[in-house]
Design a protein around this ligand. Structure first.
Ligand code: MRU
Length: 362
């Protein structure tokens, strides 16, 4: 995608600067495009944990480069094991993190130390390139869902939650890929962007992305989605996901489940876009088997934004004596999911359909 005309990916390597890794600090968006240079595995682990990089596919790609940074400093078995453990402990819910680390380990562990650094950068780059191709395919496979509702130039209203756009992946995004393709092909598509409290990935990130690409959109409070569905103003919901079970249960940003319920009650199709690296083939029951990240209560008790004088300010919105809880994800049961948009095509959210589509990996 482009930022003000310049092509960007969300993560890249600067070979001329000692193979450091560059990211866009997403905690600074939408107010600043702050490019951060990472030179150590510890810096990468911090970037993932503190959500300078976030979104399941980008977390995986970042962790892969974190391994490369670790090996650049020390290519021993102990250093590799330490990097896998430290990076693997940064965020618990997105399965792409474990998927990417397992892939790095499989390639790197059998190699002699002297061959590991080049191989690590090469494998991380492959993960990134594959992510871009995968998301492009998700976009192409999801595009007809929007196009078929756009007959006679009619506007199509899509509701999304959180940010599953290009900055949540290496490029294109998952949920937003079909939307970008629809917009680029001349379809009048409009996006209801849920703000996504507590961290406001919708208001800060999805709105920024869509705005930069010229896609018409409206930011709404999380609680407004059901209202617009009741009034016939949502044609379909498309969200991303951090982990899908083999039975098709979908774990995504907290609040997604409520949209699945509202969509079912109003007969609105509820689609989930994902790369197959987001499927956890080892589990079936999303409610009991997926670890839900509990983040700091301060994310709920405070809000950060730009004050009228232009400065960035964090303010407390909860009485100082009130405790807060902050589960970062929830699970939408497969029965509420109309279907999955994958790189191989559209798929029902159940075990038979998933294992048939992904026979070689399931
Ligand atoms: O906590 P975050 O911002 O990493 O959560 C991101 C989401 O929940 C996205 O919807 C999901 O990772 C899919 S990203 C293509």
């Amino acid at each position: 995608m482009r930022i003000d005309g310049t092509p960007f990916r969300s993560i890249w390597v600067d070979e001329l600067d000692r193979w450091s890794v560059r990211i866009i600090d997403q905690t600074k968006l939408p107010w600043a495009v702050d490019l951060v240079r990472l030179t150590t595995m510890e810096e990468m682990a911090h970037a993932i944990k503190a959500m300078l990089v976030r979104g399941a596919p980008l977390i995986g790609a970042s962790a892969a480069y974190g391994v490369a940074l670790a090996l650049r400093a020390d290519a021993s078995d102990a250093s590799l094991a330490n990097a896998l453990a430290v990076l693997g402990g940064t965020r618990p819910t997105a399965i792409n993190l474990r998927w990417a680390l397992a892939r790095m380990e499989k390639v790197l562990a059998p190699l002699p130390a002297a061959a590991r650094v080049a191989a690590a950068y090469e494998e991380a780059a492959k993960i990134c390139d594959e992510d871009v191709a995968t998301n492009r395919a998700i976009g192409e496979n999801g595009l007809p869902l929007i196009a078929e509702r756009a007959k006679n130039g009619r506007r199509v209203n899509v509701l999304t939650h959180c940010n599953a756009g290009w900055i949540a992946t290496v490029d294109w995004g998952t949920a937003l890929a079909p939307i970008y393709m629809a917009h680029d092909s001349g379809i009048d598509v409009h996006v209801w962007v849920e703000e996504t409290r507590p961290r406001n990935q919708g208001a800060s990130l999805t709105a920024w992305e869509l705005g930069k690409h010229g896609v018409p959109h409206t930011v709404i409070a999380d609680n407004a989605g059901g209202h617009y569905m009741q009034h016939g103003e949502v044609d379909l919901v498309i969200v991303g996901t951090d982990r899908v079970t083999r039975s098709g249960d979908v774990c995504n940003k907290i609040g997604t489940y409520l949209k699945g319920l509202a969509a079912r009650d109003n007969g609105v199709p509820f689609w989930v876009a994902l790369p197959s690296s987001t499927i956890d083939w080892t589990i079936s029951d999303g409610l009991s088997d997926i670890p839900i990240e509990e983040r700091a209560a301060t994310e709920v008790t405070t809000m950060t934004g730009r004050a009228l004088d232009g400065s960035i300010a964090t303010v407390r919105i909860v009485p100082t004596s009130s405790p807060a809880a902050n589960p970062a994800f929830d699970v939408t049961p497969a029965r509420l999911v109309t279907g999955l948009i994958t790189e191989r095509g559209l798929c029902d959210a159940n075990e038979a359909a998933l294992t048939a589509m992904f026979k070689d990996v399931a």
